[in-house]
Each structure stands twice: as structure tokens, then as C-alpha cells.
Design a protein around this ligand. Sequence first.
Ligand code: CS2
Length: 475
Amino acid sequence: MQRLSSTTGLPDTVRQPRFDRTKLKPGIVHIGIGAFHRAHQAVFTQRALEAEFGPWGIIAVNLRSPEPVEALAAQEGLYSTTTRSEAGDQSEVIGATVDWICAANDRAYVLSALADPAIRVVTLTVSEKAYGLDPVTGGLDHAHQAVAADLKTPNAPVGVLGFLVEALALRRAAGLPPYTVLCCDNLPSNGKVVRRLVLEMAQLRDPTLADWIAEKGRFPSSMVDRIVPAATDATRLRAGRLLGAQDALAIDTEPFLQWVIEDDFVSGHPAWEAGGAIFTDDVEPYEKMKLRLLNGTHTLLAHLGILANLDYIRDVMAVPDLAAKARLHMEEVVSTLDPVPGIELGGYIDDLLARFSNPTIDHRNLQIAQDTTQKLPQRILAPAVDVLAKGETAVATAYAVGVWMASVKKRGDCDDPRRSEVIAAAASMDAMDLSGSFFSIPGLFPPGLRAARDWRDRVNAAILSFWDSGAASPR
Ligand code: CS2
């Protein structure tokens, strides 16, 4: 089978870019070419270009792995998404990407792209752990590998912050305005967080650079949502059948798609609203809702699935007792949310349960369980603190935390930047206080929760509920 390219004769059933790709000029640099970006920002940009054509092509940058970059090169920047539901599969070729660079192989090219006057927006999906965010101070973690490297040799960046700051310095020196930095990772107030980290890093190399960025730069927050499992051979085989061509970058995704963006840009943005994006002054209520209801429940379901030896989220949702836990979790956490414009939270919860149950989406529990230490604070611990602050009993959040600990204990392993500490905590569980070793991991739990004896007893009870009496670890 031939490789997908601009000369592939595609079947009529495949939706194709409805704009002239040969005329598309770059205006965006996107960092982090994972599955999520390919099914989210790139799709919104395709819709924007279809509605209002302009110089908003995407230069796709991957910081480390060259694989997606090589695949984009082999396919002239084209790839497909397969939107899957019980109604059937819809394939679409996405053509918003105009160039591709692996930063680890070509740092100079990435910097010159970022410093190009044509680039007005830099979007980011690099995952929570890539930023070097210190969970205790909310500032820069100087011990983070990429942060430490970029503080030492700022002109030869390796991490996302290092690239952003070095390229901003180049733009300032060239008399250019900064680009808008649009964070699309699942962090609360993600724009504010990235602004603070960029300013801290800039301050350490040149306070006048930090002042310039603080005055002229823009870091809108955004809430992004679409369930996009990591691609597998099955994904690529399916895409091959639908396209009649081989697509090494194919991804499956659900029909749902949402992007809420703070309307605060240095020099414009594509007409993303054409794809349904909402521009607003205040993204925080949307972010909080999504992180706590969708992502928090996802983390719970993933670890419940691991404990029940189930592969996918949809398998967990197919077990009525486990699906009921998801609803209970959301029903408790919803009390910590502010009203969200245009969204009725009861309906939002019902929709989430339906999305999690989509039988055509193979979303691995192990994928969502990755990096749980980076996810717990905003997804589960923050709502726990809020429920306790109201003088109520935070039952569901304690349960979710206990489920995570039991799941790590059962696997004896995890894929997490704090892996060694987490595994050591699981290995040294003390029967008198099963969660105690986890609560001793520095900076992971807020002091208020560490001190909440009743809440911690509930965490212990949750862990214990997965044990058969006398066994050394969960069943
Ligand atoms: C998931 C998210 O992997 C995870 O932690 O909870 O990737 C989730 O699928 C997306 O945020 C949905 O928008």
C-alpha cells in the first residue's frame, strides 16, 4: 500500500482539507506532536483555515523523539484522524501542518522558526511533567532536568521553557513583538502557570528580558478536551482500510471536541471559533470543571481498571459497580465547582459517563495511569481540600487516592517521574497506616490533607478494601 501523500487518490468517504494547502504559510509553532495535538489543535486550525483562510499553518516541533517528525516528512505533513462512535468511523485527512522539526536534532531550526516574524502563536502540548513546575511553590523547579540544563546553557535549550525564553530573547533583540504562548496542557490556570515559569527563567538570565516579556507577552489560559488514545497497530490498520493508503500517524478519537480559550493574544489568532472554540475572559471555571470531573474521574477509573485487571476505560465502565464509583466521585466533586457559563453540570456529568463508555474507543487504563503524581494535585487533591474546607466529608476523593495507592501496590510498578519514590512507598506500606509511606513523599500532598486524620483513615480503608485478609498485596 502506498504512503499517504498529496497525490493519494482518496475515497469520497474521507473528508479532506477544504483549502489550498499549496498556498498555506506558517503562523503557529506547535510544540509536542503527540496524538492529542493531532486530533485537537490541528483539527481546530483546519476548521479555521476552511472558514477564513490565512497565514496560520502549523510548524510541528517535537522536543525529543524524531519519529513523528520523520513520519510527517514522509507524508508531506498529512495524516488522518478516525472519529469513532457506534454510528461508525469517519476518516479525515488533516492538512494544517506545513513544516516539522525534531528539536533534539535541529535546535537551530526550531529557534529560527520561533524567532520568525511570521510566527504569532506558539501552542503547547508537552504534558504536565515537562514544565518543571514545583508543586509546593508553584514556581520553577530548579532540579528538573531540562530546567537545570536550560538555566546552565540558555543559548542551547533542550526543554520547552528554555526554547520559549531563548526565542523570546532573539525576538526582542531583533525588535520583534513576542509570540502568544498558548498552553494546552491539563494544568489549572495553565497560561498563568507557564507565564510565571517563563518569567522566572528569563529573570535568571536577564531581568530586562523578563520585564519585556511581562509587559508585552501574552499567555492566555485554555481548557482543551478530546479523548485521544495512543495509536496502536489496530489504529493504523483501520486508517489504512479507510484511506486506501498507509498512514503512520493515524489516530483514533471520539466525536467530542472542546476548546475554551482566554481571549488575550499579542497579534491575533486563527478563526478557531469556526471549529467550535469558545473565546472568553475567564477560562478558570471551565478548566476546573474539566480537570476535576473528567480528568479526576479518569484517574480513578484507570486505577480501578488496573485493580480489576481490565485493559480499557470502556471495560471499567461496563462493570456497573465501577461505573457507579465514577458517578459518585463526580457527584461529590461537583460541589466544589463554580457555575460554568452555558453548561449544566448534571448534563455534563451524564455526557462524561457516556463518553467514557464509548465502546469503540480503546483508551488504555495504563496510559491514563501514567504520571499520576503529576495529575493528582489538580484533579483530586484540590477538590478534596475544597470539600474539607466546607466542613464536609471528602469521601470520594479519599477513595480515589486509596485506589491509586492500591493499584501501585498491586502492580509493584508505575510509569511516573517520581517512580522510585512511589514504588518505595508501595513497598514499605505499614499495616497500621497503609497510606503513611505515600503521605511522606515530599511535596505531593498539601499539608491540610496530610493533617486530616479522618480523611487519611478513609484513604486507608479504601486501600484495605482491595485486600484479601492475610494477603501481602491487593487481589
Ligand atoms: C487523560 C487525559 O491521560 C489522561 O490523564 O485523563 O488525557 C484525557 O483523556 C483528556 O484530557 C481528555 O480531554
